[in-house]
Design a protein. Sequence first.
Length: 54
Amino acid sequence: MTKPLNQAPAHIKLAVDLILLLEQNGLEPKTVLAALEVVKQDYIKKSQVESTQR
């Protein structure tokens, strides 16, 4: 049984929102994946900076 989206964890809600946004813009899957890789690397760096500041 699946939970309603409003009861889902924050990362699932964000993923659904991002999927909807990307689909609405009609982008090619390769373009989306390349952009997501850039975003992922940026957030990995931000995460590492936060870890060293603690």
